[in-house]
Design a binder for this molecule. Structure first.
Ligand SMILES: *[C@@H]1O[C@H](CO)[C@@H](O)[C@H](O)[C@H]1NC(C)=O
Ligand SMILES: *[C@@H]1O[C@H](CO)[C@@H](O)[C@H](O)[C@H]1NC(C)=O
Ligand SMILES: *[C@@H]1O[C@H](CO)[C@@H](O)[C@H](O)[C@H]1NC(C)=O
Ligand SMILES: *[C@@H]1O[C@H](CO)[C@@H](O)[C@H](O)[C@H]1NC(C)=O
Ligand SMILES: *[C@@H]1O[C@H](CO)[C@@H](O)[C@H](O)[C@H]1NC(C)=O
Length: 484
């Protein structure tokens, strides 16, 4: 079996080599006028695919560079894929195998125990074939990424077709690409960060201390220096203590607002979407004219950090008739109201609050309400493969607060242009859905994909770090000098 696979892999490698060579030949002819003119287009397309595969570092300042590189679409149609023996192969030479992830069997107090689940028998994990512990709804759920990813890993063990998945759980950490630390840190922050009387430390703080102690003493951490560990910290205030020790790991974050750049950055970390709290707009048959409100915003007032713009914009917009602008966070029955508001608006404002990101963007996407993003420091999920300018309007804060700028810009967008963006929103919406069981191309699979893009640079860093310590482990070195 293994040999058979080996030989088919060799075949594929040759095929890839052949195609690459052919492509380079075609490209080399490009310079000559008249020759192969009609063939250069597909070659260009291929080349972009190759480039996308190679360059992992995104250029934050250059939104246009991601143009045309929608991997979600390429993966289905244009990406050169050869399927053989159940393996998917992409022609940049990599076997498309699922990401292999080792899951620490942490005590339930770090994960499902926080959801009041009690272990039965001696497994620290719920038997998801019988019952799935539920995650609290409302605003809590916007940071529930930790829960969905963990469930998906557990589910991968019962999968009928594991090789078609983006990520699978492996039991032997030496076979793993990444090591997953299943601490539900956002939930821990939401539920247990307040001190009760007589407490010196909150439970959230204690759990973080315990976690750091556990993780840093594991052989997996010591071997890798933590570089291949995946740590969840989606709520901007989660892991406030532990982040300073676990920073070599890959963090899954909502933004970098509260992180020093050496602790978290785009090179190393992954930005995940919020789970939208507004109802999805199923069977949306609205159009430009039926959405009566031009521009919608509902949110809290912030006066610190980047949040000053909210108030400025309020004064600029409050007298516009077709603009809805109100302060107040979206609480329980507010969610229904906000759903109605966003479903009947053409554009939805997403203004930086006390952090650059907020779930409002993802609420807007779920409502097919074209997001207008005024948040200079925002980072967006999967931006290496998604061109947000196709379905969002970006406006610099310094422009937005100029009198008339924002409203004129919005009013200048034609019905046709808006309809294009609305169509695109409906198309990309599934990429931001969290669900169990996870579906192909949903947020969970997209996050695994983003993580898999980090793997080769992580492996390289680990191999590099071994240069001077590989052959002579410290202990033995000590012994040797003594015997001399
Ligand atoms: C990002 O793009 C800008 C504008 O094109 C360019 O000046 C800058 O050097 C790029 N940065 C990187 C890291 O590629
Ligand atoms: C971006 O893509 C569109 C259509 O896919 C194309 O017309 C346009 O020229 C592209 N822009 C750049 C800068 O590549
Ligand atoms: C884990 O995998 C490594 C390398 O493949 C192997 O040497 C080791 O015996 C495995 N450990 C267990 C417990 O199976
Ligand atoms: C959406 O449309 C489909 C097909 O027409 C229908 O089966 C489904 O019930 C509709 N869903 C809702 C929520 O209206
Ligand atoms: C790191 O070294 C291992 C062998 O120990 C090798 O399999 C792996 O490909 C190397 N990784 C990189 C990125 O070079």
């Amino acid at each position: 079996m293994a040999e058979k696979r080996g030989s088919s892999i060799t075949k594929i490698a040759f095929l890839c080599l052949f195609m690459t060579t052919t492509m380079m030949f075609v490209l080399s002819l490009r310079g000559r006028p008249g020759l192969f003119d009609h063939k250069t287009r597909p070659a260009e397309k291929l080349l972009t695919v190759f480039n996308n595969g190679d360059s992992q570092t995104s250029n934050q300042s250059n939104a246009e560079s991601s143009n045309g590189s929608n991997r979600a679409i390429l993966a289905n149609s244009e990406k050169q894929r050869v399927e053989e023996g159940g393996f998917q192969v992409s022609c940049n030479g990599n076997l498309k195998e699922p990401l292999k992830i080792f899951l620490y069997d942490l005590d339930p107090e770090f994960h499902f125990g926080l959801l009041d689940w009690k272990p039965q028998g001696n497994s620290v994990w719920p038997d998801i074939r019988t019952k799935i512990p539920s995650y609290p709804g409302g605003l809590n759920s916007q940071h529930s990424i930790e829960y969905w990813l963990t469930l998906d890993l557990l589910a991968s063990e019962f999968s009928e077709n594991p090789s078609s998945r983006e990520a699978i759980r492996v039991k032997n950490s030496s076979e793993a690409d990444l090591i997953f630390v299943p601490f539900f840190s956002s939930l821990s922050y939401n539920r247990y960060s307040k001190l009760s009387p007589h407490q010196k430390k909150s439970k959230n703080w204690e759990l973080q201390e315990k976690l750091v102690k556990f993780v840093m003493s594991q052989k997996e951490w010591k071997i890798s220096g933590g570089r291949n560990h995946v740590v969840l910290a989606h709520h901007p205030n989660s892991m406030l203590n532990a982040r300073m020790q676990l920073w070599p790991a890959i963090f899954i974050l909502s933004d970098f607002g509260r992180y020093p750049i050496n602790v978290a950055n785009l090179d190393k970390d992954v930005i995940a979407p919020y789970k939208h709290v507004i109802k999805s707009y199923v069977n949306d048959s609205s159009d430009f004219d039926s959405r009566k409100t031009l521009l919608y915003f509902q949110g809290a007032i912030y006066r610190k950090n980047g949040g000053f713009a909210r108030q400025e914009l309020y004064y600029l917009l409050k007298d516009e008739k077709d603009v809805h602008f109100s302060f107040g966070s979206v609480q329980r029955n507010g969610i229904r109201q906000a759903s109605q508001g966003m479903h009947s608006s053409k554009f939805c404002l997403n203004i930086a609050g006390d952090t650059p990101s907020s779930n409002r963007l993802f609420d807007a996407i779920a409502s097919h309400c074209v997001p207008v993003i005024i948040s200079d420091e925002i980072e967006l999920p999967y931006e290496d493969i998604l061109d947000y300018t196709e379905f969002c309007i970006f406006i610099r804060t310094s422009d937005a607060v100029k009198k008339g700028f924002l409203i004129n810009r919005i009013r200048s967008i034609t019905k046709d242009k808006w309809t294009q963006m609305w169509e695109k929103l409906k198309q990309v919406e599934p990429l931001f859905e969290f669900q169990y069981p996870s579906k192909e191309g949903d947020a969970i699979q997209m996050i695994w994909q983003s993580l898999s893009h980090k793997v080769s640079s992580v492996k390289m860093k680990i191999n590099k770090s071994k240069r001077y310590s590989r052959f002579v482990p410290r202990k033995r070195r000590g012994l040797r000098t003594r015997t001399k």
